[in-house]
Design a protein around this ligand. Structure first.
Ligand code: 6CM
Length: 258
């Protein structure tokens, strides 16, 4: 509780400051550009072979098998589309640490250790241990940004586009939990709102909203973990996360103004 109160007060302080550049601004901008050019491509569009490993309705999750220095680092790309929510709402609930524990099922603890600007935090978190490998932690920057000129995908024109970009950084005040192995992450959630106005000219309601989602994750487990265990955890946990998180946002926003 103390940690959450402390995180909130840091964010409140940052909200009062003008948007400012920080140590990670250049890297953040570069990563966002890469996500907009590469991550937004539909799987297969770049000639790469993505394996579809989970599908439920509109949700499709792909991976590429990749082993680096003996560690499973399979890149993951998920595409989804859900009704009744906006891109900004999706990204807001993904980014906002106040609600993190309401939908994130893999975390044991987390702490915001710095707020470089209003919509950028640096977070240290530990994950639930998966037997028989060591517990993982990660230390990453998380930023939520509105994208003004998204690349066009197909002939649909989005009303708005938002991204949350998470990537590993170092920080002197991380106080890591002993025994944890540091996982390195590069994760993005990219969302676009599409609006179909009612044919009778009536007001726009939540029924008029469709949100297209791309989620990409590159996770290096940082140390040994049995391949079969890791791959089966990913196969179970990524669909669970997407199912739970999208339902969470739909539920949270159901009665709110758009
Ligand atoms: O993107 C997700 N969550 C964000 C907020 O926490 C953030 C997450 C980064 C960490 C990604 C996984 C690190 C590797 C940990 C492996 C241990 C998993 C333990 C499972 C125990 C049941 O971007 C959603 C992440 C969904 C992960 C499946």
């Amino acid at each position: 509780t103390q940690d959450i109160e402390h995180s909130r007060s840091m964010i409140r302080e940052a909200e009062k400051q003008p948007k400012r550049r920080h140590k990670h601004s250049d890297e953040l901008e570069k990563k966002i550009q890469n996500h907009l050019t590469d991550s937004m491509k539909p799987p297969g569009a770049d000639g790469d072979i993505w394996e579809l490993f989970a599908e439920e309705g509109e949700m499709k999750i792909y991976r590429k098998e990749l082993v680096e220095d003996g560690l499973i680092c399979d890149p993951l790309k998920a595409v989804h589309s859900i009704g009744n929510v906006t891109a900004r709402e999706m990204c807001h609930y993904f980014w906002d640490t106040d609600v993190r524990m309401e939908w994130e099922g893999t975390i044991e603890s987390f702490r915001v250790i710095e707020v470089p600007e209003e919509f950028t935090t640096i977070i240290y978190q530990t994950h639930r241990r998966v037997w028989p490998s060591a517990q993982r932690d990660c230390l990453y920057l998380s930023s939520m940004v509105k994208v003004d000129n998204p690349p066009s995908v197909g002939d649909k024109i989005p009303h708005d586009t938002w991204i949350v970009c998470n990537f590993s950084v170092d920080h002197p005040e991380a106080n890591p939990v002993s025994g944890c192995v540091r996982a390195l992450i590069e994760i993005a959630l990219i969302c676009q709102t599409f609006i179909t106005p009612p044919k009778d000219g009536g007001p726009i309601t939540r029924d008029c909203l469709q949100c297209d989602i791309i989620y990409v994750a590159n996770v290096n487990p940082g140390g040994w973990a049995p391949a079969s265990v890791l791959r089966s955890i990913y196969k179970r946990e990524y669909p669970k996360f997407l199912r739970r998180f999208t339902a969470y946002v739909q539920d949270k926003t159901r009665k709110l103004d758009i």
